[in-house]
Design a protein around this ligand. Structure first.
Ligand SMILES: C[S@@+](CC[C@H](N)C(=O)[O-])C[C@H]1O[C@@H](n2cnc3c(N)ncnc32)[C@H](O)[C@@H]1O
Length: 216
């Protein structure tokens, strides 16, 4: 009974609707074999952003009037498609992908939107000079402390950084090393330039970290 009513509430909310560009990005991911979920990818391998993450990015992107959005790791363009579908007309999105084939496929997908630019190369080199950003989706799977700290430099004061592929603490097994040492949480909750929180997705198995840069 409870799950039936939850299902109806969710259906009526439109939460599960995908913007047309996101549908095309998901089809592209399927065509080129880019995994849509962490389960499909397997441990430690990259996968596309989940619909709950994409919707959250869209919510933030929708408020970026006259703003500049950056993304590290375009892959098949799913996160970029969510943000491009939601952002105001006067906003730009610059996304960088190190894999040439993925970058070419995503460029083609997003080619009709003049506000979106796909850069091919290492985001440390090609994206950094294009900042600072009002919203940064840091989705390149970086785990080195220097790389992680450099993400904050890419965000303007008042801007937000979002990081995906986090497992909620309550969903981790009791012996998980992530309970004691998690470089992503160390950045978001240890860097004094950020005020951060964790957002747990409706599936309760995945979460993301979001921080606002607040130093002067
Ligand atoms: C988790 S996937 C990105 C998913 C994508 N953001 C989405 O919305 O579906 C990570 C991607 O980051 C790319 N990547 C890894 N290191 C990178 C770097 N230094 N610069 C640019 N892209 C990078 C990988 O090739 C991979 O395609």
């Amino acid at each position: 009974m409870r799950s039936a009513s939850v299902g109806a509430v969710r259906e009526n909310s439109g939460m599960d609707d995908l913007p047309p560009l996101v549908e095309r990005a998901c089809a592209l991911a399927r065509n080129i074999g880019f995994p849509l979920t962490r389960d499909e990818a397997g441990p430690g391998l990259p996968s596309a952003c989940l619909p709950g993450v994409g919707r959250f990015l869209g919510v933030l992107a929708a408020g970026c009037n006259g703003g500049r959005i950056g993304e590290i790791g375009t892959a098949a363009g799913i996160g970029a498609a969510w943000m491009a579908s939601a952002m105001p007309a006067d906003c730009v999105l610059i996304t960088a992908e190190i894999d040439e084939q993925l970058a070419a496929a995503a460029s083609k997908l997003l080619a009709d939107d003049h506000r979106v630019e796909v850069l091919t190369g290492d985001a440390r080199e090609v994206l950094a000079p294009r900042g600072p950003f009002d919203l940064l989706f840091a989705d390149g799977g970086w785990r080195d402390p220097a790389g992680l700290a450099s993400l904050v430099d890419l965000v303007r004061v008042g801007g937000r950084v979002v990081m995906d592929d986090v497992t909620p603490l309550r969903a981790l097994p009791a012996d998980s090393p992530m309970l004691a040492d998690d470089v992503k949480r160390q950045l978001f909750f240890g860097d004094p330039r950020l005020l951060s929180t964790e957002v747990v997705l409706p599936d309760l198995r995945n979460s993301l970290l979001v921080g606002t840069r607040r130093d002067g």
